[in-house]
Design a binder for this molecule. Sequence first.
Ligand SMILES: Nc1ncnc2c1ncn2[C@@H]1O[C@H](COP(=O)(O)OP(=O)(O)OP(=O)(O)O)[C@@H](O)[C@H]1O
Ligand SMILES: [Mg+2]
Length: 415
Amino acid sequence: MSVEANRTNPFFEESPMNANELLTHYRRIIEISNTLSSTYDLSTLLKRIVTAAKELLRTEAASILLLDEATGQLRFAHASNIKPHEMEEIVVPLEGSIAGWIVTHGEPRVIEDLSQETKHFQGVDKKIGFRSRNLLGVPMRTHKKVIGVMQAMNKEGDLRFNDDDIVTLRTLASQAGIAIENARLFQQSDFIAEMVHELRTPLMALKASTTLLQRDGLPEQKRENIVNTMKGETERLIELTDDFLNVARLESGRISLTVAPFGLQELLAESADVVQNQAAAKGITIHITETDVIAEADRGKIKQVILNLLTNAIKYNRKDGTITVFTVLDTEGDHPFVQVSVQDTGYGISREHQKNMFQKFYRVPTTENVERGTGLGLTICKHIIEAHGGRIWLDSEENVGSTFSFNVPRLDPEE
Ligand SMILES: Nc1ncnc2c1ncn2[C@@H]1O[C@H](COP(=O)(O)OP(=O)(O)OP(=O)(O)O)[C@@H](O)[C@H]1O
Ligand SMILES: [Mg+2]
């Protein structure tokens, strides 16, 4: 086919590629689509899609941003020009950003000159030392809704984005949308399998106890022991189902916060009271440093976080150890935050395990059999804190102890 023939075919109109180039281009898209369906691993998939976008559109960079429904913010899921650890720290607001515009309108957008664009969220470029000149972004959707944005930045050779680019990026974005949805479903089925497995242990214990209770001539003392075991296992089942429900709700973004101001000191004291007996049984003392900060958050949910951290600090502490709870005023950033830290004198956590701490069902192998637990406590904490726009992290040294910290919004006394 000659270039001349293109002119009469509306499909090729405005395309800077000749027919052969166009054919190779679409062959490559099909090839890429085929490789995408060969893996369920989300991070591998996202990486492939982003690399493909960069290659097919001939741009300096490409990225995928996903909408976090709990916070209404966009976060990088993969970007060719951002390191994974940097990605975690970057949030793009839905309002006042180009990516946010694309998500809310559900339409593609080309920006020829980003320096002229007031909506361009400069935070990202500044953080990663990259200068975006121009950009093409398209919405990414599952069969139900828009879940994020795919964008390509800086077309090589100072060219402009054309209609082919939009079609190509749209095709890749729809592939990405389906892949992400599949991977999420896959993860969900993993969660269900893990959950059922966790439920089996107390259920089996209950079953064994009922069989024992049915025996004739069981001494009264023995009988009482069995009933106590049954009570314990039933409580554990309730705890487990509560945790599962919590994780499921938090993960699906169905979390509603009831935010109001409250005194932090009182909440810390109240939480320490709850775990006092548990601490005393292990000879552990809890110190709370004075604070007059007024937090502005969902009190019940923050209490849940503090209780989770205190319980861990007791469980994974040494006998006769100490726990210190302290607060630090966080003055960086636009909004005032307060940092709350729970420090223990326990086993500590090696570097290798630290990075997995907030993952579902993750438990450090060395303490796994020492203390009972499901490995959901910290996952729940992370969701709650992030829903408040804060973050949670840890500092730890093996055989010395760990400090878990999080920050939440506080009232600014100046205002
Ligand atoms: N303060 C701590 N010191 C040492 N290791 C800790 C500490 N807190 C948590 N861990 C480790 O992290 C793992 C995950 O903690 P997480 O609170 O999520 O789960 P869990 O305590 O095992 O169970 P649960 O779901 O009942 O809270 C723990 O199993 C433990 O190995
Ligand atoms: Mg825990």
